[in-house]
Design a binder for this molecule. Structure first.
Ligand code: UT7
Length: 324
């Protein structure tokens, strides 16, 4: 017997404003053709001026709770992944906690940029398995539009805003792969690669928020290798074969990276949840946004095996294998 973190609900929120590739071509020297061919992105959502990361997160959290048939009273942990917090401190998770009317339990942020949701999920799973939480909200929420250099065509066409959330609940399992819930998680980082993807500001360095800087080609190269490695490691840890995966729900940075990962696993395109085309890269929000979409439209069903993976600034990368 062992405690498992079972997914009992999920939800998401996208800001109303949609920015198309054609809109971007009016701001920087780019084209719909280039963006679609190199990334798969066609449009993305951008937060309204008065919408903060915590607002997006709160909407996603409420949707996830509703889907689970639970209320904030049932939750005792909130782990929120973001690289674009409302403020330097306190944690955006505490804003969400207050927004839900929760005065019990504990809430904190994790910072692993695009790998943030996988990090948050692993963290919440470990608190649940350790018996320190019974039910958790795991949220990925970002307003990347606020840290983009809108004059840099190599980055401003890629990133976007949004939020997604899961509700995890402690349930007793047998301890084998047939259990529902989080089966295994794997996290990695390597700080040597800071300069390939970072924000050139912060409270302790420049006292400004700064802008995202990325050497995309280099990041791409590392992503392909690191994601293949972590996927291999994940399946080996639970002695499962790629053929046992029902759904790949990857971080949505680039369709070409996602296609490559799916090909290596021998998964058909109909087994990959692909949202990069209409969401862009929403960093920590991309995996839960994709999950929520595929659950809402009936693709992901209870009992199925879902592989999540992500790679981002740090570098950070990781995975989570979940039986829904
Ligand atoms: O989520 C965190 C992890 N991030 C990622 O995984 C991102 C990984 N990287 C990528 O997705 C890709 O590398 C990009 C989409 C960022 C870039 O695609 P690429 O195929 O690697 O293109 P490139 O950077 O090699 O650029 C090719 C050309 C360059 O022109 P030259 O030097 O060949 O004349 C760029 O200046 O495309 C040019 N270019 C653009 N052209 C039109 C770069 N950005 C644009 C643009 N519109 N927006």
């Amino acid at each position: 017997m062992m405690i498992r973190s079972v997914v009992v609900g999920c939800g998401s929120y996208l800001p109303a404003r949609v920015l198309t590739n054609a809109d971007l071509a009016k701001i920087v020297d780019t084209s719909d053709e280039w963006i679609v061919e190199r990334t798969g992105i066609r449009q993305r959502h951008i937060a309204a001026d008065d919408e903060k990361t915590s607002d997006l997160a709160l909407n996603a959290a409420k949707a996830a709770l509703k889907h689970a048939g639970m209320t904030a009273d049932d939750i005792d942990l909130i782990v929120l992944a973001t690289a674009t917090p409302d403020e330097t401190f306190p944690a955006t998770a505490c804003r969400v906690q207050a927004g839900l009317g929760m005065t019990h339990g504990f809430a904190f942020d994790v910072q692993a940029v695009c790998s943030g949701f996988v990090y948050a999920l692993a963290t919440a799973d470990n608190f649940i398995k350790a018996g320190q939480a019974r039910a958790a909200l795991v949220i990925g929420a970002e307003t990347f539009s606020r840290i983009l250099d809108w004059t840099d065509r190599t980055t401003c066409v890629l990133f976007a805003d949004g939020a997604g959330a899961l509700v995890l609940k402690a349930e007793e399992g047998k301890g084998d792969n047939t259990d529902r819930g989080v089966l295994t998680t794997h996290l990695h980082s390597d700080g040597r690669y800071h300069d390939l993807l970072y924000v050139d500001g912060g409270p302790s360095s420049t006292q400004t928020t700064g802008h995202l800087r990325m050497l995309g080609k280099e990041v791409f190269r590392h992503a392909v290798v690191n994601l293949a490695d972590v996927v291999k490691e994940t399946l080996a840890a639970v002695n499962m074969q790629p053929s046992e995966i029902d759904w790949l729900v990857p971080h949505q940075a680039n369709k070409r990276i996602i296609d490559g990962t799916a090909r290596k696993l021998g998964l058909g395109t109909d087994q990959v949840v692909l949202t990069v085309g209409h969401h862009g890269n929403t960093s920590a929000a991309s995996v839960p946004l994709a999950l929520a979409e595929a659950v809402a439209d009936g693709r992901i069903k209870q009992g199925q095996v879902v592989l999540m993976e992500a790679m981002g600034g740090g570098f950070t990368w990781g995975s989570a294998l979940v039986r829904w």
